[in-house]
Design a protein around this ligand. Structure first.
Ligand code: ATP
Ligand code: MG
Length: 442
C-alpha cells in the first residue's frame, strides 16, 4: 500500500473511531443521567409523603403516583415500599412483591439522616417519562447521527485532499532520485515549499550538486594525471630509443635527463598520494607544540645557497617571544617548503623574500600568522581563485619548464586546513605575491 493509502486508511479509522466513540459516550451518559433523575424523582415522592405525614408512613397505601398513561393501565411499573424492619408498607403492580424485591432496582429513603424505608421498582421512570426518555434517546440516535456523519464525510474529504497534498511532493522526488541513481547528476528539482519537503528537496539538490562536482573532480583528476604522466614518459621513451639506436656504450650523463623525469614522476605520485589522503581527511598528524622559528630557519638554510647565487635577499622578522604552534612539524615543514620554493622560483635575481611571524586572535582562538612575501612576477587577480586547485599553473609552459606540477599550493592548503588553520594569498602582477598561513597556537 502506498503512503497516501496508508494515511487515508488511518484517517478513516480515526473518523469512525471518533464518531462511534462520541455516540457511545453520549448515549450512555444520557441514559445514566435519566436513570439518576427518575430515581431521585420517585424517591423524592415518598420522602415528601413521609415528611408531610409527621414522619410516618400512615395511609401510604393511598398514595397516588400514577400518571395518566398508567391509569389507562399501559405498561404499569411496579413499586414496593419496605419499612426498615422489612415489612411491605406499599405495593403497586401486578404479580408477586417478593420477586420485585429480589430482582428490582432499589433505593433507600433517608429523612434527617435516618433510613425510613427502601423502595423497589422494576424501572424508575413512570410510563409517561419512559416514553419521553425513549423519544429523546431515539431522536438523538437518528437525528443526531446526521451531524457526526456530515462531519465524518467532511473529514474524509479533507483527508483525501490532505493526503494528496502531502504525498504529491514525494511523488515528484521519486523520479528525480531515480535519475540521480542512474548517474544523471545535473538533475535539479524545483523547490516550491518552505516546509520539510522543501528542505528535503533542497538537500537532494545539494547532494546531486556535490555528486556532480565530485564526479567532475574525479574526471579532471584522471585527465590531469594522464596529462602529467604523458610528458615524462615520452621523454624517457625518446631517450631510450636514442640509446638503443646509438648502439654504443652509454655515457652516464646521457641517463641524467631520464633520471630527472623519473624523479619528477616519483614526486608526482608522492604528492598525489599526500593530497588524496588530506582531501579524504585521512592524513595522519603527529601534532605537538612546535617552535616556528627553528622550523622556518631549517628550510631557509636549505634554500640559502640558491638564494645567494641568485642574489635574493631573505629577510626574517620574528617576534621577540617564542611562538609555539600545535602542529605536525613534518607536515608544516612541507607547507613552508612549498611556499618558499615557489617564492624563490617566481622571484628574479636581486629580488627579496620576507618572512614575518606575528600572533593574532580569531574567533576567540589565538593563531600564529606567518607571511611569506616576495618581489616576484606576481599573479593576475583572475588567477587567484584557482591557485590552490590541484594541477593549476599560471603559465603552464613556464612552470613545466621550471619543474612545477601545480600540486604544491593544493597540498599546502590541505595540510594547513587539516590543522584547523587557513591560508590566504594577495598578489599584484610585477610587484610580488604574499601568502599568509594561520596556524593555531599551542
Ligand atoms: P609544484 O609546487 O607542484 O612543484 P607549482 O609550483 O607550479 O608546482 P604550485 O606551487 O601549486 O605549483 O603553484 C601553482 C602556480 O601558482 C604556479 O605554477 C605559479 O604559476 C603560481 N605561483 C605560486 N606561487 C607563486 C609566487 N610566489 N609568485 C608567482 N606565482 C606563483
Ligand atoms: Mg610550487
Amino acid at each position: 500500500m502506498n503512503v497516501r493509502g496508508k494515511l487515508f486508511g488511518a484517517m478513516t479509522i480515526l473518523v469512525l473511531f471518533v464518531t462511534v466513540g462520541y455516540f457511545g459516550a453520549t448515549q450512555g451518559y444520557l441514559k445514566n443521567r435519566f436513570e439518576d433523575y427518575f430515581k431521585e424523582k420517585t424517591t423524592g415522592l415518598f420522602e415528601i409523603y413521609y415528611k408531610e405525614h409527621k414522619n410516618s408512613w400512615e395511609g401510604i397505601e393511598e398514595i397516588k403516583i400514577s400518571d395518566k398513561l398508567e391509569q389507562k393501565n399501559l405498561d404499569r411499573r411496579k413499586i414496593a415500599l419496605l419499612s426498615p424492619d422489612g415489612n411491605i408498607l406499599f405495593f403497586r403492580g401486578s404479580g408477586d412483591p417478593q420477586s420485585l424485591i429480589q430482582q428490582g432496582k432499589r433505593n433507600t429513603i433517608m429523612v434527617n439522616g435516618t433510613t425510613v424505608g427502601t423502595i423497589y421498582v422494576d424501572r424508575w421512570e413512570s410510563s409517561e417519562d419512559y416514553l419521553l426518555k425513549n423519544y429523546i434517546l431515539d431522536s438523538m440516535l437518528t437525528q443526531g447521527l446526521r451531524v457526526p456523519a456530515l462531519t465524518g464525510i467532511m473529514a474524509l474529504l479533507l483527508g483525501l485532499w490532505l493526503t494528496k497534498k502531502l504525498t504529491q511532493p514525494l511523488k515528484r522526488l521519486i523520479p528525480a532520485i531515480q535519475k540521480i541513481a542512474v548517474g544523471e547528476l545535473h538533475t535539479r528539482i524545483p523547490v516550491t515549499t518552505m516546509d520539510e519537503f522543501g528542505k528535503v528537496t533542497e538537500a537532494l539538490n545539494h547532494m546531486s550538486q556535490q555528486l556532480f562536482h565530485a564526479e567532475e573532480v574525479r574526471k579532471n583528476l584522471t585527465a590531469d594525471v594522464a596529462h602529467e604522466l604523458r610528458t615524462p614518459l615520452s621523454i624517457i621513451q625518446c631517450y631510450m630509443e636514442m640509446i638503443q639506436e646509438g648502439g654504443r656504450d652509454i655515457p652516464p650523463e646521457t641517463l641524467l635527463p631520464m633520471q630527472d623525469e623519473v624523479i619528477r614522476l616519483s614526486k608526482l605520485v608522492d604528492d598525489l598520494h599526500q593530497l588524496t589522503l588530506a582531501e579524504a581527511g585521512k592524513l595522519k598528524l603527529d601534532r605537538s607544540s612546535t617552535d616556528l622559528i627553528p622550523l622556518l630557519d631549517r628550510i631557509i638554510d636549505m634554500l640559502k645557497p640558491e638564494a645567494e647565487e641568485r642574489h635574493i635577499d631573505i629577510i626574517r622578522s620574528y617576534p621577540a617571544q617564542k611562538l609555539n604552534v600545535f602542529v605536525d612539524p613534518n607536515r608544516i615543514t612541507q607547507v613552508f617548503y612549498n611556499l618558499l620554493v615557489n617564492a624563490m622560483r617566481y622571484t628574479s635575481s636581486g629580488g627579496r623574500i620576507s618572512i614575518q611571524i606575528t600572533d593574532i586572535s580569531h574567533d576567540e582562538s589565538r593563531f600564529a600568522s606567518i607571511s611569506i612575501t616576495d618581489t616576484g612576477v606576481g599573479i593576475a587577480a583572475e588567477q587567484l581563485p584557482f591557485l590552490f586547485d590541484r594541477f593549476y599553473r599560471v603559465e603552464e609552459s613556464r612552470s613545466r619548464h621550471t619543474g612545477g606540477m601545480g600540486l604544491g599550493l593544493a597540498i599546502a592548503k590541505e595540510f594547513v586546513e587539516a590543522h584547523q588553520g587557513f591560508i590566504s594569498v594577495q598578489s599584484e602582477i610585477g610587484r610580488g605575491t604574499q601568502f599568509i598561513v594561520y596556524l593555531p597556537c599551542a
